[in-house]
Write a protein that binds this ligand. Structure first.
Ligand SMILES: C[S@@+](CC[C@H](N)C(=O)[O-])C[C@H]1O[C@@H](n2cnc3c(N)ncnc32)[C@H](O)[C@@H]1O
Length: 251
């Protein structure tokens, strides 16, 4: 039996309900084109056939740089930071929520090898098709499901990563509840999302930009407070441009 099948089977055992076999991934969304209610332009773009093809190499690095500013981390730097903040070790189970084409998931798969599991979850078929086509370590398995209401059993994962996506969910607070639910006590979380600046003219422009693109602009400190309210400790925040990277430990 190929080891990728084994990773999918191990993923299947963590789900609350059985999932259908998709094209190299498990699928809980069936014929639905997207997970959850539509939130706007950016989320729609993610479901196109073209974007997944250029996402990892061009779109994400260019847009990320524009949003993080010249002093924010590079893509490789983001991956290193996420891996470090999650304190990943061999044998861990880590969930990459809204994984897109899976660049982070593959790195996490290496960090938890040889016997851990890195789950890449996304709602877009095209993103997951590209993630599967990219290959990666045997520890990686993909799931098509809603990031807001995670279908995993309670207290099953050691780490949750959600980069560049929380601000495009219809119900980000419900998503955070869900992230906390699936984490084991002591598990780690790391999030990269939007961060509106305090200066009023910039705030207004950023809020309008967010509305037009269908993305929520969080305030600085807002995500840290949301994590604290859910029982996270050892919370750290890093700001670059209009982004924040917030990490913490459950309990
Ligand atoms: C900008 S990409 C981020 C990909 C990757 N995490 C990164 O940092 O490059 C956002 C992803 O969120 C996914 N997404 C948006 N809303 C979702 C939802 N409700 N459930 C699952 N995936 C969702 C999109 O399909 C897209 O792949």
């Amino acid at each position: 039996m190929p080891s990728s099948t084994t990773a999918l089977q191990r993923l299947g055992a963590l789900l609350e309900t059985p999932a259908a076999a998709g094209d190299g991934y498990l699928d809980l969304l069936g014929t639905a084109n997207q997970a959850g209610p539509p939130t706007g332009l950016t989320q729609r773009l993610m479901r196109t056939t073209l974007l997944p093809l250029v996402y990892e190499q061009y779109w994400r690095p260019a847009l990320g740089r524009a949003l993080k500013g010249p002093f924010g981390p590079s893509m490789a730097g983001e991956i290193r930071l996420a891996t470090k903040l999650l304190e990943l070790q061999p044998g861990y189970t880590v969930l990459d929520v809204a994984c897109g084409t899976g660049r982070f998931t593959r790195a996490f798969g290496s960090a938890v090898s040889p016997d851990g599991l890195a789950i890449g979850l996304d709602g877009a078929r095209g993103m997951l098709a590209k993630a599967v086509a990219e290959g990666g370590p045997d520890t990686v398995a993909h799931l098509r499901a809603d990031a807001v209401r995670l279908p995993l059993k309670t207290s099953t994962v050691d780490g949750v990563c959600c980069f560049a996506a929380l601000h495009m969910f219809a119900e980000p607070e419900t998503a955070l509840d869900s992230f906390a639910r699936v984490l084991k006590p002591g598990g780690r979380i790391v999030l990269l999302t939007s961060a509106r600046r305090g200066w009023q003219p910039a705030r207004i422009a950023e809020s309008v930009g967010g509305l037009l693109s269908g993305q929520k602009m969080f305030d600085r400190g807002e995500i840290a407070a949301s994590l604290q309210a859910r029982g996270f400790t050892k919370i750290t925040e890093r700001y670059a441009g209009v982004t924040q990277i917030v990490a913490g430990r459950l309990g």
